[in-house]
Design a binder for this molecule. Structure first.
Ligand code: HEC
Length: 122
């Protein structure tokens, strides 16, 4: 009789444990099975707000504060076409102008990562 109850308790523990691990698996976000750090960055999700925050004051639809008309960085097509020039000026620390405050290293590495990921729109 004792043996039977141990067996029942054991089976119960086994069932509840395997139930737990299934719940844990369901908590992992569904990103096609890729580790989170390898999810590609996209213009719409990751890049447009960065550019808007630090570049659009001068490189908006109407260029301002001396920014050339050839340097409008608002839409995906504009940023896509100018990405290498933009990265070069970010990396050498000449954009934005010093008076605007330096970019964070994570800003520049996100932009670089987006280029490496193939400059995805969305
Ligand atoms: C306060 C205004 C201002 C901000 C903010 C600013 N820029 Fe500029 N940008 C300028 C001006 C003025 C020029 C033209 C003079 C020069 O090339 O240094 C310029 C030129 C450039 C050029 C060269 C364009 C060409 O035709 O050769 C690039 C690339 C550039 N900026 C990228 C950026 C990026 C990327 C950001 C945001 C991270 C940014 N800028 C933020 C004012 C700004």
């Amino acid at each position: 009789m004792k043996l039977l109850s141990y067996t029942i308790i054991g089976a119960f523990l086994l069932i509840s444990c395997s139930g737990d691990s299934e719940e844990d698996l369901q908590d992992v976000p569904d990103n096609g099975g890729m580790p989170v750090s390898e999810v590609p960055l996209t213009f719409e999700k990751d890049i447009s707000t960065l550019i808007e925050g630090r570049c659009s004051k001068c490189h908006g639809t109407t260029p301002r504060f001396g920014a050339p008309a050839s340097a409008i960085f608002v839409t995906f097509d504009q940023v896509n076409a100018n990405a290498d020039r933009m990265l070069a000026r970010m990396s050498n620390g000449t954009m934005p102008p010093a008076s605007e405050g330096a970019l964070s290293a994570s800003f520049i590495s996100a932009f670089e990562q987006w280029i490496d990921d193939g400059k995805l729109e969305k």
